[in-house]
Ligand binder design. Structure first.
Ligand code: GLA
Length: 638
């Protein structure tokens, strides 16, 4: 570990059955030895609470703690993460274990951070058992008070779903056809909250025993089941697990987007890349290896996007068990001939040079509005088109920013957006009055906003906002949508821009009736011929753009480029295509990150001289050469 520059180790994540081999019988000797050994070697520990995977004796004794799927199938022990989040048996056993862990290690000198559970919601994001059903009813009673209010909120007169007693209410188990959408949405909120409650039980025990030690749990990028906005508020530091698919040509863009989300969840504070693989995973059908240099490049990318730490799953590749074909820092074979080990060591040495980066911040002029509840509601079935997927739509807006090195944060609709020059709103399908008011006042006070089709459709109960779509935003957009015309797979509609450029849209089209908005592009051909497709409306001291289709990539890039330029947003640096540029700053001092995502060398024009912290070399203004998958971290002029 010292050879690889390791200074922090995640420990004991799936060790419950080793630590507590029988009820209330503990074996800490092995863990004490490893904690002491690491400490004596100058390595700190991110100590797990070990509660992610209960031991067989617990579920053998209490099968009622095992989770039940939507189809009523019980998931048995023998893999991992087999617990019902609402189970009092699981929660009590987890609390007892954490009390033991916290008491024993709170003042151990190796302890640097607590790692609660592991990837909450991975494998089992929701449980449909009777215990969960009871907990769901309690959660609903707190939310609605009276059964009549639940009936109103869920619109239960439709399809004869009216409830007369709380006992009749169920989780949305397998039904003949779509269960009530408001019920499904509430169940998603409930399931995220139930897992958060498990986290909080452990968090509170840890804070009681070791108040000064930061507490985290590892996130999973854009993980749909958990509302990470709520979760991040309960963490001292945001940590994330990122497993890019090297066969995906846009893998680098996707991990950049995840990094921006993590920074935003922590409200700008540095985060930690908790897990990545040194080369391959084992859980895809074909597990393509990272190209030489790609692991190093993506590690620096996490730092560029605001991370202050880079970690791995796993240290030593295991001989047995389900993950023995997952790459590790130390592979099965001899390290002397392993290119992976060589790259791991190189990265460890290079990260040592980056102390000046720690604590520095990323500044973004653009925000992308993204809300978990809206995501859940958008992807419920029974829609004009179920082809509209939240992550894909976020990417439509993110892609041109990433390609041009324009930095964006993510934000909730209710956040204070006044510090951003430009706010992008891709498919904010669900919005409550507060969110709508926030976005409205952002534009009124001078902000520039771009909103996509199928936004502002329902409220927090999943009830349509009446008054003509998109009712909450009709005033700022200066338009109403008379009808939605989703496009079939493979269907396109031509789009003609006012400046003469031609493009097309797919996925969606609609009949836009402007009432103050100006058309920047119109549909061309068919019965939508000459009707507005992209509009702009001056509202208050700001401007609101609207996009009524999914534009082809070139048109989208051109359109967003003109919008951000008008809004006074500029790229970090004009760099050759495939080169990612980021900047982190401390006060007036800045550190420039250059990341070459291509497999051949490129020259990047630099305006300022500086020091490349990766290898300590001096960098001059002018052309700077980056090798294939190369990375440089340049302290600019200080
Ligand atoms: C997750 C888990 C790890 C491991 C990796 C494999 O991130 O946290 O325990 O299973 O996946 O990629």
């Amino acid at each position: 570990m010292q050879e690889a520059g390791v200074n922090l180790v995640s420990l004991a994540i799936f060790s419950w059955s080793r630590i507590e081999p029988a009820a209330a019988t503990y074996d800490f000797a092995w863990l004490d030895r490893i904690m002491d050994l690491l400490h004596s070697g100058g390595i700190a520990v991110d100590l797990a609470t070990a509660t992610a995977s209960p031991p067989p004796w617990l579920s053998h004794r209490h099968p009622e703690m095992l989770p039940i799927t939507i189809d009523g199938v019980r998931l048995w022990h023998g893999a991992r993460q087999h617990y019902c989040p609402s189970s009092p048996v699981y929660r009590d056993a987890a609390r007892h274990l954490v009390e033991q862990m916290a008491t024993r290690y709170a003042s151990h000198p190796a302890l640097a951070m607590w790692h609660v559970g592991n990837e909450f919601g991975c494998h089992v994001p929701a449980c449909y058992c009777d215990v969960s059903a009871n907990a769901f009813r309690k959660w609903l009673q707190e939310r609605y008070g009276a059964i009549e209010d639940l009936n109103r909120a869920w619109g239960t007169d439709f399809w004869s779903q009216r409830y007369s007693k709380w006992d009749e209410v169920l989780p949305p188990r397998r039904t003949p056809t779509w269960p009530n959408p408001s019920q499904q949405l509430d169940f998603m909120r409930f399931s995220s909250d139930e897992l958060l409650a498990c986290y909080e039980i452990e968090h509170d025990v840890l804070k009681e025993h070791s108040p000064g030690v930061p507490v985290t749990t590892n996130f999973m990028r854009f993980f749909k089941p958990l509302d990470y906005w709520k979760w991040a508020e309960r963490e001292d530091i945001v940590t994330d697990d990122v497993y890019q698919d090297p066969s995906d040509p846009e893998a680098g863009m996707r991990s950049a987007m995840a990094g921006d989300l993590m920074r935003s969840l922590g409200r700008g504070r540095p985060w930690v890349l908790m897990e990545q693989t040194s080369s391959r995973v084992n859980w895809r059908e074909v597990n393509v290896a990272k190209a030489p240099g790609q692991m190093r490049l993506w590690s620096f990318q996490a730092v560029a996007r605001g991370a202050d730490g880079v970690m791995f799953f796993q240290w030593r590749q295991s001989r047995a068990g389900a993950e023995k074909f997952h790459s590790a820092m130390v592979p099965h074979g001899p390290v002397s001939s392993s290119p992976v080990w060589k790259e791991v060591k190189q990265l460890g040495q290079e990260l040592r040079g980056l102390d000046a980066v720690c604590g520095s911040r990323v500044k973004a002029d653009v925000a992308i509005v993204f809300d978990w509840e809206s995501w859940w509601a958008l992807e419920l079935p029974s829609k004009p088109s179920i082809r509209i997927r939240q992550e894909a739509q976020l990417e439509e807006y993110y892609r041109p920013l990433f390609a041009a090195n324009v930095v964006a944060d993510f934000a909730r609709p209710t956040d204070d957006l006044s510090g951003y020059r430009l706010v992008l709103v891709p498919n904010l399908y669900l919005v409550d009055d507060e969110g709508a008011a926030g976005l409205t006042s952002y534009v009124r006070n001078g902000g520039t906003l771009v909103m996509s089709f199928f936004s502002g459709v329902v409220d927090q109960f999943e009830h349509i906002h009446l008054g003509g779509h998109p009712a909450p935003f009709a005033d700022i957009l200066g338009l109403r949508v008379a009808d939605w015309l989703p496009l079939a797979d493979g269907e396109h509609v031509d789009v003609a821009f006012a400046d003469g450029a031609k493009g097309h849209g797919d996925l969606w089209s609609e009949i836009i009736e402007t009432s103050g908005a100006r058309s920047l592009a119109s549909f061309a051909g068919g019965h939508l011929d000459k009707r507005a497709a992209v509009t702009k409306h001056e509202f208050g001291s700001g401007a609101a753009y609207y996009v009524g289709t999914r534009l082809d990539r070139a048109s989208m890039a051109r359109f967003l480029h003109s919008v951000w330029t008008d809004a006074g947003v500029s790229p970090e640096l004009e760099a050759p295509s495939g080169v990612e540029v980021m900047r982190r700053s401390v006060g007036h001092r800045s550190i420039l990150f250059l990341l070459n995502h291509r497999d051949r060398a490129v020259d990047v024009p630099l305006a300022q001289a500086g020091t490349n912290l990766v290898d300590g070399s001096q960098v001059h203004a002018g052309l700077f050469r980056l090798g294939p998958y190369g990375a440089a971290v340049i302290r600019e002029g200080w």
